[in-house]
Every structure is written in C-alpha cells, then in structure tokens.
Write a protein that binds this ligand. Structure first.
Ligand SMILES: Cc1ncc(COP(=O)(O)O)c(C=O)c1O
Length: 394
C-alpha cells in the first residue's frame, strides 16, 4: 500500500516543521472532492446524495462537500446547529431517536427539508409543535421493516428489534395522525438498516425490497409519496481496501432496478457517511518507543485510541503505512503491536503486524481514518494533547 504523493509531501513538511514527536490527522480534501464528484455523477438521475455528518463533521470536510451533495443529514440538535452554521442555505434533514422538543423547535426554526420520525411519540410531539407554530413540518416516516432476507453486516439497525424507526404495524396509527394534523406533511418513507455493506448484489436486493415495500404501502394506503430515503451503509473494507463497496457497479445495478421497479418518478435519497469520508483521512503517530514484552514487540506511538478509536470500535487491525525516519531499523520483518500512550491494554491500533523495518522516530500512518475516527474518540481520557489537524486543498 502506498500513500498519495500529496499526502507524503505534506507529512514530510509537517515532520520538518515539528519540534516534538508528530501526532496528526491529515485530510486530503482534493481526493474527497474527486471521490464525491464521481459518486454524484454515477448516480441515476432521480437519486439524491446527502452526507451523514456523523461520519465526520469537520468544517473543511463539510465545506468541500457543499457544492457536491444535495444536502446533509444531522442526527442531533448539535449536529443540526453545526450544519446550519457551516452549510448555510443547504438542505438539512434530521434523524435519530429521542429528539428533544427543543431540538424539534430548532429544526423548525431552520426550516429543514425533512424530519425523520422515529416513533409515534415523536410524531405527536412534532404535530404539537408544528400546530402551535402554525408552520408546516415535512415528515419522513422511518420504518423498521420485517425483511425477507436478514441483513448480514456487523452493524444492523433494522429488520430486528431496535430503537430505530416504527414497526409496520404502527403505520396505520401514524398515518391517521398525519391525516388529522394539517401542519404535518408526509413526504415519504425512510429505511436504513445497516452499515458496513461490502456486497453490491446484497445491497441492491435490499434496495429492491425497500422499493417494493414503498410501492406496496403507497398502494395499500392510497398515498402518493414523492420521496424514498434508502439510508447509507456502503462499506469500507479495512483489511482489503481495493475490495470496498463497488460504487460504479452498484449504480449500474441501481439504474436497472429503478426501471424494473417503476421507481423513475420517485426521488430516491441516499444519506451516506463512511463511504464518503473514510478514504480522505490519515492518522499519524510518530514512534516514541519500541520494546519487547514477554516475547512480543510493541511500538508505542504518540497518540492512540483516544484520538483514533476506529480500530477499537471495529475490533480490527487498522491498515497502516510506515514512513521511515533516520534511525537504523530496530525491527526487521517482525510482527509488532502498534499501541498508543494510554495506560490501558485496550489502546491497540493494530496487533502483531509484520513490518519490513521499524525504528523509533518512524511515522505510522493509518489510512482510511476519515470516518467515525476523531469524532467518536474519548478524546479527554488522560488529558493528552489533541492531534494536529491538517487539511490539504492542493
Ligand atoms: C439513519 C442513518 N443514516 C445514515 C447513516 C450513515 O451510515 P454509513 O456511515 O454507514 O453510510 C447512519 C449511520 O449510523 C444512520 O444511522
């Protein structure tokens, strides 16, 4: 695995400027722009691409995405406020369970494009607020479908008991409420049942089942809904990045699927997180120490899982590249466990990985670190300094 030249050069400069051992996130915004432009251009005409900001809400990432995506998904009042400030005038949609009244009010103030309603209680709360304000509230009902084919992924949020969305048997009551509440405007249905999907054919089957359910429910309930939100969930293969979700093949299949299922007149909205931002991020740790413990080598880097929780959260060995420094190799073709500075044995970024050569002062560069990384980390633990942040625009 090699790093893009732009990233290698930037890391070299960082290293020259730095007085203390390096610890940084580097984001390649040029690569992000190219990637998302390709994603957008490949999608069929009636599809929309939203970014699920929970994957990485750094302001330069959002600003890079503003001209490329149709809007942004927020999953909390905090994210909503942040997106409203960073992406003014852009379409915002708001999902997630347990929304506070105060968050619904903010969303009404911002005149967001859709509320993803996750329960009957939330629908009633929104109805009360919209009616008091005499303001229209656009609603997408999130459904937790019973699926014929059980989703096969490490992170499943539907098709089984979960706190997300309404069961189909709550739909009658939700629709009655919507009919009785003139300020609520039902726009469509929302389905997001999994993340980490690597299998294009399985994902197309899932989307086909969403389309069929959507058409069937519309027919059964006499609804004419313009919008179907099919969520996100396209996966990154951290062990074999070349075999990540194949977007181009997926879009070809999707085009055919839309024609076959007669969905050409429905807007199909994606809200994708990981697959958009993962590849543009790199987390760097300079090696502070190399030691042998009970027969195994450990390399201790500046930083750790309090900055970069992804490997601990996923329970995987995160892929990395070594940039050698000036010191002669202390390890050669030997397995080593890469850890951070935390006093917990859980602070492991990759375990027993064979390195060609490694010495103190070398840099460990963890790739695919742009999604669910810094922002999901327990950054205050042990009060270490935060990493530097570098955003490459050229
Ligand atoms: C409702 C919803 N939409 C979209 C996403 C984004 O998923 P991913 O980052 O896997 O694309 C998530 C992730 O948890 C989600 O819960």
């Amino acid at each position: 695995m090699s790093l893009p030249t732009r990233v290698t050069l930037a890391i070299g400069q960082l290293r020259e400027q730095q007085q203390t051992p390096l610890c940084a996130y580097v984001y390649d915004l040029v690569a992000l722009e190219q990637h998302v432009r390709h994603m957008r251009e490949t999608l069929p005409a009636n599809c929309e691409l939203f970014y699920a900001a929970k994957a990485n809400p750094e302001a330069p990432i959002l600003r890079t995405l503003v001209p490329l995506v149709d809007g942004f998904e927020a999953a909390s009042g905090g994210e909503l406020r942040w997106l409203y400030e960073q992406c003014p005038g852009h379409s915002l949609i708001f999902g997630g369970p347990g929304k506070l009244d105060s968050e619904l009010e903010i969303a009404m103030d911002y005149r967001i494009s859709a509320f993803h309603v996750e329960s009957l209680t939330e629908l009633r709360n929104l109805a009360r607020i919209a009616s008091r304000r005499r303001q229209r509230a656009p609603v997408m009902l999130r459904l937790n479908l019973k699926l014929a084919e059980a989703p096969d992924s490490r992170l499943v949020m539907g098709g089984k008991p979960t706190p997300f969305g309404l069961d189909e048997d709550a739909l009658d009551e939700a629709l009655k409420l919507l009919r009785d509440e003139p300020w609520l405007e039902l726009q469509g249905l929302h389905f997001h049942v999994l993340s980490h999907q690597l299998d294009v054919a399985a994902h197309l089957r899932l989307i086909r089942s969403y389309c069929r359910t959507f058409s069937q429910l519309c027919a059964e309930h006499g609804l004419q809904l313009p919008l179907l939100n099919v969520g996100g969930g396209m996966g990154i293969n951290y062990q074999d990045p070349q075999n990540s979700f194949d977007w181009t093949t997926f879009c070809q299949g999707l085009k055919a699927l839309i024609a076959e299922e007669g969905m050409g007149d429905t807007r199909i909205r994606f809200e994708i997180g990981r697959f958009i931002s993962a590849a543009c991020g790199y987390y760097l740790m300079q090696v502070l120490d190399i030691k042998r413990s009970h027969g195994q080598y450990f390399a201790i880097g500046r930083g750790g899982t309090h900055h970069f929780r992804t490997p601990a959260a996923q329970g995987h060995n995160h892929p990395f590249v070594v940039i050698r420094g000036q010191q002669p190799a202390q390890l050669q073709n030997q397995p080593v466990t890469l850890v951070g500075q935390l006093c917990t044995p859980k602070d492991v970024l990759a375990s027993q990985q064979t390195v060609t050569a490694l010495a103190i002062d070398d840099l460990l560069v963890f790739t695919l670190a742009g999604a669910y990384a810094w922002n999901i980390s327990h950054r205050d633990f042990l009060m270490h300094e935060p990493p530097q942040m570098l955003f490459l625009t050229t």
